[in-house]
Ligand binder design. Structure first.
Ligand SMILES: [Zn+2]
Length: 79
């Protein structure tokens, strides 16, 4: 049997608990950032009228639904 003083036992329990919360927090942030980047790949901003619209990513230029100009796909940036 391992004998530990009570303050060490409390410290270890607190350390394990906080480490678990931090790992879950970082994992959730990574998953959320990846989902946000994946979502923004399908959105583009028209350079003429600044209208943001959803498109199907393709190498050919797409037409802006707001002003009708032909645009190349530039994915939106995550701020
Ligand atoms: Zn436009």
């Amino acid at each position: 049997m391992i004998r530990l003083p009570l303050p060490w036992l409390v410290f270890m329990a607190l350390f394990i608990f906080l480490t678990g919360i931090m790992v879950a927090w970082i994992g959730y942030a990574i998953v959320r950032n990846r989902a946000e980047k994946r979502k923004l790949l399908a959105w583009t901003k028209c350079p003429v009228c600044s209208f943001r619209h959803k498109i199907q990513p393709s190498p050919s230029p797409t037409r802006c639904p707001q002003c009708g100009s032909l645009n190349e796909h530039h994915p939106l940036q995550v701020i």
